[in-house]
Design a protein around this ligand. Structure first.
Ligand SMILES: Cc1cc2ncn([C@H]3O[C@H](COP(=O)(O)O)[C@@H](O)[C@H]3O)c2cc1C
Ligand SMILES: O=C(O)c1cccnc1
Length: 338
């Protein structure tokens, strides 16, 4: 099924976002106050349970089915030497995902997530976005729809991740074009390029921003011009998840960059999204701050693949477990106050 039949349909969906069930969230807040603990003592775990109650429309939310979806794409911008690894590693890592040997295989298993990997036309890298749009309209729309297709209505949670050599440069360009700021504020080492590499990446992002300066600033045009297939797929999955009321757990800098153009068009898009972690990639903290997202974890991870978000999914499971299983003061006959 095609979620977004046209660019117009995608834009209309982004303009018309529904919110959570405020009554269910309020009921969950009441339940938190009745559980056998001092008010607020479970901190962020309480907020997470209330968040899920709102999106599931019930005071005691559960996680039955949860999925990690990883999108892979190749990038024409790698001709400028912006990564510490060759583009061939993208397809090699997709093979590694298939045989179960990557970090996300272990981490999604540990978090009870099924794993879907979508390789997006790896033999057709995007165009070099310093001199062209990365994708045609049709290519970008296709990537958005392939992302949307992984979101099933019965998922309690979707973890999003990416694999694409060169994509930390695309992510920096997306952030700079969507949210402003100098390229140098968004560019970092990615897979581990040295200072010269970071300077090269910064120059590439500067050139890209200048090349596309006069083009429309819509989410679609920004994704199409300076994004990549896997990043557009993540954007499509985020928007489709919102249509279906499925909470999204975002991963690192690159994954989170997919929401930047959407948020520039409609800031409400972040309301069903949780930041799983704060990556060591320097632009990520800035991006999360501008989006108003507070990460669950900060473990110094800088991998991508949905890895940090998958670790954070365990925290969400813990939050829903205490919310559902604890006794109330009345049930346990514990004094609720002096
Ligand atoms: C073996 C390997 C596994 C990875 N898994 C995720 N990434 C991460 O690194 C890439 C982004 O960094 P850059 O822009 O510097 O290329 C993305 O593929 C990202 O997911 C990996 C990178 C490598 C080398
Ligand atoms: O934060 C990320 O998403 C990230 C950082 C470095 C390399 N790959 C991914």
């Amino acid at each position: 099924m095609t979620s977004f039949a046209s660019v117009h349909a995608f834009e209309a969906a982004l303009a018309d976002l529904r919110g959570p069930d405020a009554d269910a969230a309020a009921d969950a807040r009441v339940r938190q106050a009745e559980l056998t603990k001092p008010a607020g003592s479970l901190g962020r775990l309480e907020d997470l349970a209330i968040f899920f109650a709102g999106w599931q429309g019930r005071a005691r939310p559960q996680i039955d089915r949860a999925r990690a979806a990883i999108f892979a794409g190749n990038h024409g911008v790698t001709v400028h030497g912006v990564s510490a690894f060759p583009p061939s590693v993208t397809a090699q890592m997709v093979a590694n995902f298939a045989s179960g040997g990557a970090a996300i295989n272990a981490l999604s298993g540990a978090a009870g997530l099924d794993l879907t990997v979508v390789a997006l036309d790896l033999d057709r890298p995007t165009a070099d976005f310093t001199v062209d749009a990365a994708m045609s309209e049709a290519e970008c729309l296709d990537a958005l729809n392939r992302g949307a297709a992984v979101v099933d209505a019965d998922l309690a949670l979707i973890v999003l991740g990416e694999m694409g050599i060169g994509n930390s440069t695309a992510a920096a360009a997306l952030c700079a074009r969507s949210l402003g700021g100098d390229a140098s504020e968004w560019v970092g080492p990615g897979t581990g390029v040295d200072g010269h590499g970071v300077a090269r990446k910064t120059a590439v992002v500067d050139r890209a921003i200048a090349f596309h300066a006069d083009a429309p600033r819509s989410a679609f045009e920004t994704l199409r011009r300076v994004g990549g297939r896997e990043i557009a797929a993540i954007a499509g999955a985020i928007l489709r998840a919102r249509q279906l009321g499925v909470p999204v757990l975002l991963d690192g800098f690159i994954c989170t960059s997919a929401i930047a153009p959407l948020a520039a068009d409609n800031a409400a898009i972040t309301a069903h999204c949780i930041a799983g972690h704060c990556s060591a990639e320097p632009g990520h903290k800035r991006l999360l701050d501008l989006l108003g997202l507070q990460p669950i974890l900060a473990l110094g991870m800088r991998l991508g693949e949905g890895s940090g978000a998958a670790v954070a999914a365990n925290i969400i499971r813990s939050a829903l477990a205490v919310h559902d299983r604890m006794a109330t003061f009345a049930e346990a006959e514990v004094s609720a106050s002096l």
